[in-house]
Design a protein around this ligand. Structure first.
Ligand code: SF4
Length: 296
């Protein structure tokens, strides 16, 4: 499906372009997510030098050199701490973090817990392809129980981590879900997430044709519905949790929950209240030499 772009959006999208060749497999959902992020930033009139994009290790992290912007590619499972740290140092900068389900719901799950309860003012995009794609498709904690994978030919014995129920148990302020084949919906969600006051969690059900042969692009396309188009009110926490976790027949997508009333972590930081400057600016005006002398 072609999506009409106005000329200024198209021009700004071009500014994010790099000539680095893409290394994702044919049909990978990362292409759609990558397009949606460029489009959402461009529609918000945010240029590459006005945003920080943070990447976890994984196939999603291999997107770090496929678009321009200030970019940071860190350790596996650790994208949230460095994204949050950068945001707290320079709260004027929109910060978007990208991580896979393997990193985010295993190695990095503690960081996700504290990001949600802290309400850090950053966007987190979960590339949820239900496996560790970069390292040859091992099962993750979000792979379906019993699902046979190349590295677990009898199927995994553990039950699948109920990720959405887990996220809702932490009292989030923004939860959305989309599908890597729906660029228009991902763009709408990302724009709202970038403007959100606190931590925005976006679960993107991502096609991985190389390793995930159970939730394919076609299967996902036929098993999701747009809850907002069907009248869901994102202010209704209980209903949002219910439709996010009930995937027995179809999976809900769209902005499932949004609460702009809760202050972000930065707003609640007493030492920052009333300050006109940011920590990055203060590095230049604060003399810490006496303090450093005490440390050596
Ligand atoms: Fe995409 Fe899967 Fe290939 Fe990774 S392994 S690039 S997630 S299709």
């Amino acid at each position: 499906m072609s999506i009409p772009l106005d000329s200024s959006t198209a021009k700004l999208m071009q500014a994010y372009h790099t000539s680095t060749p893409c290394t994702w497999c044919d049909g990978c959902g990362d292409y759609g997510i990558w397009t949606a992020i460029k489009r959402s930033l461009s529609e918000l009139n945010i240029a590459p030098h006005e945003v920080l994009l943070c990447f976890d290790v994984g196939c999603c992290g291999n997107g770090s050199d496929k678009l321009l912007g200030y970019r940071f590619h860190g350790l596996h499972g650790r994208v949230i701490p460095f994204a949050a740290g950068a945001k707290l140092a320079n709260p004027k900068l929109p910060v978007i973090a990208f991580g896979g389900d393997g990193a985010s719901f295993s190695e990095g799950v503690g960081h996700l817990v504290h990001a949600i309860r802290s309400n850090y003012p950053i966007v987190f995009v979960l590339h949820n392809n239900a496996n560790y794609g970069l390292t040859k498709g091992q099962a993750s904690s979000l792979t379906w129980q019993g699902q046979k994978m190349d590295s677990s030919p009898n199927g995994i014995p553990e039950h699948t981590l109920p990720s959405m129920d887990f996220v809702f148990s932490l009292e989030p302020t923004f939860v959305a879900r989309s599908f890597s084949g729906d660029i228009e919906q991902m763009t709408r969600i990302m724009k709202a997430a970038i403007k959100h006051r606190g931590f925005a969690f976006i679960d993107i059900l991502q096609a991985c044709p190389t390793w995930n042969h159970f939730a394919t692009h076609e299967w996902l396309q036929s098993h999701v519905y747009d809850a907002n188009a069907e009248g869901h009110d994102p202010k209704d926490f209980a209903k949002a949790r219910k439709i996010a976790t009930d995937t027995s027949e179809r999976g809900s997508t769209g902005i499932l929950y949004q609460n702009e009333e809760i202050p972000s972590f930065y707003e609640r930081l007493v030492p920052r209240q009333g300050r006109k400057t940011t920590a990055v600016a203060e590095v230049h005006i604060t003399d810490v030499s006496a303090l450093m002398k005490g440390l050596v």
